[in-house]
Design a protein around this ligand. Structure first.
Ligand SMILES: Cc1ncc(COP(=O)(O)O)c(C=O)c1O
Length: 392
């Protein structure tokens, strides 16, 4: 007897990374590798976070359920921060949910808006979890190709070309995973103008909103006139505070959407962990100084890698303006998965082949520089260059 499994889930493919990542673990248990695969930073959480967590662990309230949307005083503090720093106009009581991370927030947003057969426009190469979520909910992905020649920023007119009566949402990540591009304020405005009069949701994934090297913090779509009512802003503290394992992020959107999204949170995870909320509450006032401390370190890492990889003429890349990624493009016709395997075996450097990152993933490799020392990034770039020369 073959038991039935949901067709939308069977139709959803995860990036074919399992075998490569198993090999990374196997090799790294015996010898040292330079791991540029994981989308993490290596900074310890800020001291106020650690202190608050230690202190609050003995409090009774920590062991019970949190209110589904998170502690009200945390939502108030976060709403103040988002409204002040990103020009949002979020009401803490009914327009903000503290979620266990940005992925959960995206899931809640897509669950709240998508019907099977609905189309979602998304620049490609894309963040594969967005694509997976849309597919598992029966949505249809409509890729807007983002090319290296345009620094991976698609022409807004191409977005317009893809709009049909079935378009339910446009989703974008700014600054971007996997390309490292920061969409300019002008671009965000142009896309906002295209969408303003249409019944199309925007999901603005701002997981890397604090990690910007050029051009300042990104313009939030929700801050534009008329866009508050149709934009879901999603964010995370995984990278900006180095607390990926503690699981905390947020969803901000109009109350009619938040009213639906909270049902998804209730049925799946109930709330973000109390203990993490206590840490975040104590840390939010220090976010700025933490950012000032780690941003130059990340920038130096980016520069060290980019300077190194520049010497390799066969590889194209765009210097990232934000996030923790450099997107490399191999010569046409090279297979990114095969090259990533070769690089791991020959040179002990792990990165993520962009197989499964949508139509723009072919020949692409994602390097994460968030958790690697400058000197190792220099060595990694050199090794990638050598491997390119010895490949094929
Ligand atoms: C674009 C994007 N969105 C969401 C996430 C998930 O973040 P979180 O750890 O907050 O769930 C990531 C993590 O890599 C990401 O890159």
């Amino acid at each position: 007897m073959t038991m039935y499994l949901a067709s939308n889930l069977r139709a959803t493919s995860a990036p074919a990374l399992t075998e490569l990542m198993a090999r990374v673990r196997e090799i790294s248990s015996k010898s040292r590798i330079i791991n540029l695969a994981q989308a993490v930073v290596d900074f310890p959480p800020p001291e106020p976070f650690i202190e608050a967590v230690i202190e609050s662990i003995r409090g009774d309230h920590i062991h019970r359920y949190s209110p589904d949307p998170g502690w009200l005083h945390l939502r108030q503090t976060l709403a103040d921060y988002l409204n002040r720093s990103f020009g949002l106009n979020v009401h803490p009581e009914n327009e903000l949910i503290i979620t266990p991370g940005a992925n959960q927030a995206c899931f809640e947003a897509f669950m709240s808006i998508l019907e099977p057969g609905d189309e979602v426009i998304i620049p490609a190469p894309w963040y594969f979890n967005h694509a997976m979520t849309v597919t598992m909910l029966g949505g249809i992905l409509k890729a807007v190709p983002a090319h290296s020649r345009d620094d991976y920023i698609p022409d807004p007119e191409r977005i317009k070309d893809l709009i049909t009566e079935k378009t339910r949402a446009f989703v974008f990540v700014n600054p971007n995973n996997p390309t490292g591009s920061r969409y300019s304020d002008e671009w965000v405005r142009e896309v906002g103008d295209i969408l303003a009069d249409r019944e199309i949701w925007v999901i603005s994934d701002q997981t890397y909103q604090e990690i910007v090297f050029q051009g300042g913090r990104p313009l939030s779509m929700a801050s534009l006139p008329g866009m508050h009512e149709k934009t879901v802003t999603v964010g995370s503290f995984s990278k900006s505070l180095g607390i990926a394992g503690w699981r905390i992020g947020f969803l901000a959107g109009p109350d009619m959407l938040v009213e639906q999204a909270i049902k998804v949170q209730d049925c799946s995870i109930i709330s973000a962990p109390n203990i993490t909320q206590s840490g975040l509450m104590a840390t939010l006032p220090h976010l700025e100084s933490f950012r000032e401390k780690y941003l130059p370190v990340l920038k130096r890492r980016r520069d060290a890698f980019c300077e190194g990889i520049q010497a390799c003429r066969e590889i194209r890349y765009t210097e990232p303006q934000g996030s923790i990624f450099v997107f490399l493009r191999l010569p046409d016709s090279w297979d990114e998965m095969d090259f990533a395997r070769h690089l791991l075996e020959k040179a002990g450097v792990a990165l993520v082949p962009a197989t499964g990152f949508g139509p723009g993933g072919k020949g692409g490799l994602r390097v994460s520089f968030g958790a690697t020392l400058e000197k190792d990034l220099v060595v990694a770039a050199e090794k990638i260059g050598e491997c390119v020369k010895s490949y094929k």
